[in-house]
Design a protein around this ligand. Structure first.
Ligand code: DOR
Ligand code: ZN
Length: 422
């Protein structure tokens, strides 16, 4: 099977170039100024061709919480968001702490057959923080990383063992950083707005202490660690300094941390409730600077779909999370590239090449011989985010009504069109 993409502006690691791309049997076989071939053709005139976007932090909720999302609805939402590959967190029911659940997720994703779905196994059994999961067996079944996302592994001895054990199987631990004692029921960032609203705040140190511990473990053991959803200026600084002295630490942040501040919580909209919380302007600017200088390697969504009933309750009781997979590309392009902060090549790096590097995944770059995972977008198309139109079951977003640029036109996985917006 062949597919020809003509006249697009292709985003390469060293910049953009107008050229044609031919794919055959799932691979990119030719990249040239002009290719003529009698086969299915997409005219990408006026559009940009990116390496298939990779979201290394999503919650697909299956098994167990299919009312919020399932592998089918999540995969459909992912390809609509331009993602050719996602990695799903293990806080399902049952928790993905063994090879059976890893295998189930892979089977279900293969049946759905839209984007690639890479399961992340839990670090500890049941995400309880007490004993290690079946790490070796999950690795053999195809888990691509380990995480207890949603909480930190509070016992340093267990985290230390997990990092060593994971490394033996070539897996990395993705650390959700939140000191369980210090958070003490906080639901928003502690500051002027928590005082104003009366909502219980959580200080930056809640996150930073755990970032610092993961860096210490990584440095002592000389084993890589990856910091999830960085939200504090001080956390960015800890990671920057660690990288500068050679610690094998990588990190990610999300569109809500570089787009929003906690000013938005003052209307008590539970769609603004997320963990870690959105913080202050100093933090937002630090996350942006971290993404620019590479301190923060990856943009992820932390796509956390919830049902209406999980969110239509008082702020303190509402579930944490933002449904983000359908808005990530446009928000990242609008807030980071259109503003002149990142180049298109840097955006492609943070949203595709860097996640592929961190997790040793196939993809991340458009090159002859590479897998034909491609995302085609119209960067000039302006639209208003409308959560009622989300394909995801989760309509929980604080970005409803936000004007953005960057419409996904086609998502191509292994040379097959898995999403087209017309
Ligand atoms: O806001 C969040 N929601 N943060 C997390 O770490 C977990 C996630 C969820 O599973 O809903
Ligand atoms: Zn998390």
């Amino acid at each position: 099977m062949k597919l020809l993409i003509k006249n697009g502006t292709v985003v390469f690691p060293d910049g953009t170039k107008k050229c044609d791309i031919l794919t055959e049997n799932g691979k990119i076989t030719r990249i040239a100024d002009k290719i003529n071939e009698n086969c299915d053709t997409i005219n990408a005139q006026g559009k940009h061709v990116f390496p298939g976007l990779i979201d290394m932090h999503v919650h697909l909720r299956e098994p167990g919480f299919e009312g919020k999302e399932d592998i089918e609805s999540g995969s459909k939402a992912a390809v609509a968001g331009g993602f050719t590959q996602v990695c799903c967190m293990p806080n399902t029911n049952p928790v993905c702490d063994n090879a059976v659940v890893v295998t189930y997720i892979k089977h279900r994703a293969a049946e759905v057959n839209l984007c690639k779905v890479n399961p992340i196994g839990s670090i500890t059994r049941g995400e309880k923080g007490e004993e290690l999961s079946d790490i070796g067996k999950m690795a053999a079944a195809g888990a691509v990383a380990l995480s207890d996302d949603g909480k930190s592994v509070m016992d340093s001895k267990i985290m230390c063992l997990a990092m060593q054990y994971a490394n033996d199987f070539n897996l990395i631990c993705l650390a959700h950083c939140e000191d369980a004692n210090l958070v003490d029921g906080g639901v928003v960032n502690e500051g002027k707005n928590s005082t104003l609203t009366g909502l219980k705040g959580s200080i930056r140190a809640t996150e930073d202490i755990m970032i610092a511990r993961e860096i210490c473990l990584s440095e002592s053991l000389s084993i890589p660690v990856h910091i999830c959803h960085v939200s504090t200026y001080s956390g960015v600084q800890l990671i920057r300094e660690a990288k500068a002295r050679g610690v094998k630490v990588t990190a990610e942040s999300c569109p809500h941390y570089f787009s929003l501040t906690d000013d938005i919580i003052t209307n008590f909209d539970t769609n603004t409730k997320v963990n870690p919380p959105v913080r202050e302007e100093v933090d937002r600017l630090a996350v942006i600077k971290g993404l620019k200088d590479g301190t923060i390697d990856c943009i992820v969504t932390d796509h956390a779909p919830h049902s209406l009933k999980d969110k239509q309750v008082e702020y303190n009781l509402a579930a944490f999370g933002i449904s983000g997979i359908e808005t990530s590309f446009a928000l990242s392009y609008t807030k980071l590239v259109k503003t002149g902060i990142l180049t298109l090549a840097e955006l492609a790096d943070r949203m595709s090449a860097a996640p592929a590097r961190v997790l040793h995944l196939d993809g991340g770059e458009i090159k002859e011989g590479g897998t034909a995972d491609l995302t085609i977008a119209d960067l000039n198309e302006k639209y208003v985010i409308d959560s009622s139109k989300f394909i995801s079951k989760g309509k929980n977003t604080p970005f409803n009504g936000t004007e953005v640029y960057g419409k996904i036109n086609y998502t191509i996985v292994g040379g097959e069109v898995k999403y087209s917006n017309n």
